[in-house]
Design a protein around this ligand. Structure first.
Ligand SMILES: C[S@@+](CC[C@H](N)C(=O)[O-])C[C@H]1O[C@@H](n2cnc3c(N)ncnc32)[C@H](O)[C@@H]1O
Length: 283
């Protein structure tokens, strides 16, 4: 059993040694990650891991994936995607371009779900998608867009709930073992390694997806990231969180709730912009 103090001490040492900051991640989740790592490398105690992770750069790099959780699905929570199609995307019907950021995109299933929804709404052609993750392994997989047939079979139910009259063959090229997302989707995506904790982004977006990433953060880090994501949205842009992501009280003031159960929020207009819009409505 690894104690909370041991986890925190290791994260602090890693931050100091490599500059990668896991110090505000939930201890429970890190604890599971550390156990995964120790089991994988047949280590008996924290002392073995401590020595290896702080002395061996390559070991540290390859360990990051074990500390992170990259579970994802195609069409995860179909009612959120239905709301995006029916209520959010129509607000961009007159826009020339739609800029979308998938922060913590993992292996790509969420990106391609959105790309398919955009295509069905006839908006893929004017969309620019940025897909980022801290894990290079997950990002490489997202970029390839190759999924095992067995994995896709698990996604069939939510997919058919969303598209009862379609088949996965409309979107993927199948071979004996795998399915490859069609090129017309990957072409719309820029893939980039990015650490949310560094709070850096040089663009503004109409929509940001940050689903099931902050569940592994403590409430202080969650608030910091929500503030940052709010700054990365254009006025009136939308933030989509995961079902298990909660919006802390201190962050709710900077967003309007579009729909609580699907975790869709809208950036609140700045007061000046609000006044200007109000005046143009009244005049
Ligand atoms: C559970 S997956 C969620 C994937 C997808 N958004 C979804 O909901 O299906 C969480 C992802 O967040 C990424 N992640 C964790 N910490 C991060 C950070 N500091 N910056 C960027 N990505 C991070 C992980 O590598 C992982 O791929």
């Amino acid at each position: 059993m690894i104690s909370e103090e041991e986890v925190k001490a290791l994260m602090l040492a890693m931050k100091k040694r490599y500059g990668l900051d896991f110090t505000n991640y939930e201890v429970k989740s890190l604890n599971r990650g550390i156990t995964r790592l120790m089991t994988k490398h047949k280590m008996k105690g924290m002392i073995d891991l401590w020595g290896k992770i702080l002395k061996d750069d390559d070991f540290f790099t390859s360990s990051i994936d074990d500390l992170l959780v990259n579970l994802t699905e195609l069409f995860r929570n179909p009612d959120a995607w239905a709301m995006i199609r029916d209520e959010i995307l129509p607000t961009f019907s007159k826009a020339n371009e739609i800029d979308i950021w998938h922060a913590g995109c993992s292996t790509g299933e969420e990106i391609y779900t959105m790309a398919i929804v955009l295509e069905e709404s006839n908006m893929l052609f004017k969309s620019n998608m940025l897909a980022t993750d801290l894990s290079q392994t997950a990002l490489d997989k997202a970029k390839k867009g190759v999924y095992s047939k067995a994995a896709l079979k698990n996604y069939l139910r939510p997919f058919l709930k969303f598209f009862p009259d379609k088949s996965l063959e409309d979107y993927f090229e199948f071979n004996d073992t795998n399915a490859n997302i069609k090129k017309r989707y990957t072409r719309k995506v820029t893939y980039k390694r990015h650490n949310l904790v560094e709070l850096k982004m040089d663009k503004k977006f109409d929509m940001i997806f940050c689903r099931n990433v902050m569940i592994y953060f403590d409430s202080e880090l969650k608030s910091r990231i929500l503030n940052f994501l709010n700054n990365c949205l254009k006025d009136g842009g939308y933030l989509v969180l995961g079902y298990y992501d909660t919006m802390p009280n201190e962050s709710i003031d900077i967003f309007d709730v579009h729909n609580n159960s699907t975790r869709i929020y809208k950036k609140r207009l700045t007061p000046i912009r609000e006044r200007y819009e109000q005046e143009s409505v009244n005049s």
